[in-house]
Design a protein around this ligand. Structure first.
Ligand code: EPU
Length: 342
């Protein structure tokens, strides 16, 4: 069976991860249909290999070659569904590029995802990471998804509760959901659209353009401009967006830190805990713009680690560790990485 599949061996993943790390897959398959996925996993030799499911490779740090099977999900297709009285529903296959999907949904007259413009990666990766930016997260617009369960060979439909969304987290990053392969995602977008300008920096950027009644496309364009100002384009300089999550500490710990560091950037959460700006913590430790070997900290945003050319996963890990140690020594806060290490 396996001879029918376009398998590649010792296949470089360099162009398939936004960090631009040159690591190889032992076996690689570009998955363009459910039938191909079923065929691959029905092959005992392939099914027995350690597996890496790859989307846009934008939230991934390859720490070395991956000796197993890389399934590169390239499923395509998107549609506007009937929806319900209150919501438009739009569905896209997991391999669709996220940003193009957002732009397409706006062009279909279905607004709602504009604050999530220009986030690298695929539609299928959006729920895994519960991607978020500028006051919006995937979970706010999520309806359901279809996943392939290799253990049963069945397709399962999962609602938001089943996905256990949290800040940059979901069941797919936990033991219970790690093996599931997302095939398509359906979003529910309120028919009664209003711009979401809760994020102060976005509200300010919109106001600066003198837009009293910004359209969804204008909000999208503003988000794109703000992101371009602060975040490196992976096509030009390898990176995986924010390398660390913003740490959440208790109200008490935040108060103690504020007494010592009055400029600490913090945001109160609904449960009374406080989210700290990891970028500020790293910046204060003097890391912004610095490098360790071929891995560096981006000049305009200390939360983003970059590949300055030829960095290995180990180079990036060494830099990340040095930053974690410094931030802990100075602030008593441990930074958790956002990308998945493979
Ligand atoms: N800051 C500094 N120095 C820096 C970087 C940031 O002092 O080098 C301060 C800023 O001045 C600001 C605060 O830290 O007061 C927060 O910075 P920013 O608004 O740029 O956002 P962030 O917390 O660094 C988060 C997300 C981004 C998302 C933006 C906008 C995380 C880990 N990161 O970044 O998401 O685009 O907010 O919503 O939650 C991603 O996850 O990959 C990502 C890019």
């Amino acid at each position: 069976m396996h001879s029918n599949l376009p398998l590649r061996h010792h296949f470089s993943l360099r162009s398939l991860n936004t960090f631009g790390i040159d690591a190889c897959a032992g076996t690689y398959l570009r998955v363009e249909s459910t039938a191909q996925l079923r065929a691959a996993l029905a092959d005992p030799a392939l099914a027995a290999l350690p597996r890496l499911v790859l989307g846009g490779g934008s939230n991934l740090l390859l720490t070395g070659d991956f000796p197993g099977l890389v399934l590169h999900i390239a499923l395509q297709g998107r549609e506007v569904l009937d929806g319900d009285a209150l919501h438009h529903h739009v569905r896209a296959a997991a391999g669709e590029n996220w940003h193009q999907f957002v732009q397409w949904s706006l062009a279909q007259g279905v607004p709602g995802l504009e604050n999530l413009s220009l986030i690298p990666g695929t539609v299928g990766a959006a729920p895994i990471q519960n991607i978020g930016a500028y006051g919006a997260e995937t979970k706010d617009f999520f309806h359901s998804l279809t996943a392939y369960d290799p253990a049963s060979g069945e397709l399962v439909v999962m609602d938001a509760a089943a996905c256990r969304f949290a800040y940059r987290d979901s069941v797919f990053k936990q033991e219970a959901g790690r093996g599931l392969i997302i095939m398509d995602v359906t979003f529910a977008l309120p028919r009664a659209w209003r711009p979401n300008l809760r994020y102060a920096e976005l509200a300010q950027a919109v106001a600066e353009q003198g837009m009293a009644q910004a359209s969804a496309q204008q909000v999208a364009d503003t988000v794109i401009a703000v992101r371009r100002r602060k975040l490196p384009d992976p096509a030009e300089i390898g990176n995986a967006g924010s390398f660390f999550k913003n740490p959440v500490v208790s109200g008490g710990q935040c108060a103690q830190l504020l007494a010592r560091f009055p400029a600490l950037v913090h945001h109160k959460q609904a449960d009374g805990s406080e989210k700290l700006a990891a970028g500020w913590l790293i910046d204060q430790c003097g890391w912004k713009g610095r490098s360790l070997g071929a891995a560096g900290v981006y000049e305009k945003q200390a939360l983003v680690l970059v590949n300055r050319g030829g960095a290995t996963g180990a180079d990036v890990q060494r830099l990340a560790q040095a930053i974690q140690d410094d931030v802990e020594a100075r602030f008593g806060v441990w930074l958790e990485p956002e990308p998945v290490f493979v």
